[in-house]
Design a protein around this ligand. Sequence first.
Ligand SMILES: [Zn+2]
Length: 217
Amino acid sequence: MSAEVLEKLKAGVRKFRTEVYPAQSATYIHAGNTQQKPGALIIACADSRIDVEMITQSGPGDIFVTRNIGNLVPAYGEMLGGVSAVVEYAVSALGVQHIVVCGHSDCGAMKGLLSPEAVSKMPTVENWLKNAHTALSVAEALTAKDERPSDLLHRLTEQNVLLQMQHLRTHPSVAGAMARETLTISGWVYDIASGGVRICEENGRVFTPVEVERVTA
Ligand SMILES: [Zn+2]
């Protein structure tokens, strides 16, 4: 029942108002009365299992976020729309100092690229995924003969993040800010099941895990 879905959402709002907000009201009041000045823009997948505020432990005002299917950034001039406007606004108006392109494990968009028949009845999605076709070519070219399908998916996810970082650099606002050295970019892959994040920093090709100190009980 769809009504149950709305009721569940309302229950969440009630819990937020009665438990979460009171514990952090000063933070919210400050955020509501201060112009936003987020340090970073995060471009992530719309997948419901991705929660960028949670994985970066960010609060109100900390990060500017846009999410879409496959964490894609059309190259400048290709599909001037929501993502391009967000990038321009984040860099030119908000002056973010860092942009993250965040991909993730088990991504439906990446699976759609590998199995085009799965998206053939969704022309808008199919068209949107063209922004990642170059990553598919590269991932397939790097595939060894005896590789498992999961390895290809993994490589495609990484190559897609690298491709979208390249696309980002074609945006005039990004290119200008990077030339002035007021902006850096990085690519992330988040593993949903383990919570791990691997990061490829600017100009790199390798994703390195964010080290976490082992907690001993
Ligand atoms: Zn995804």
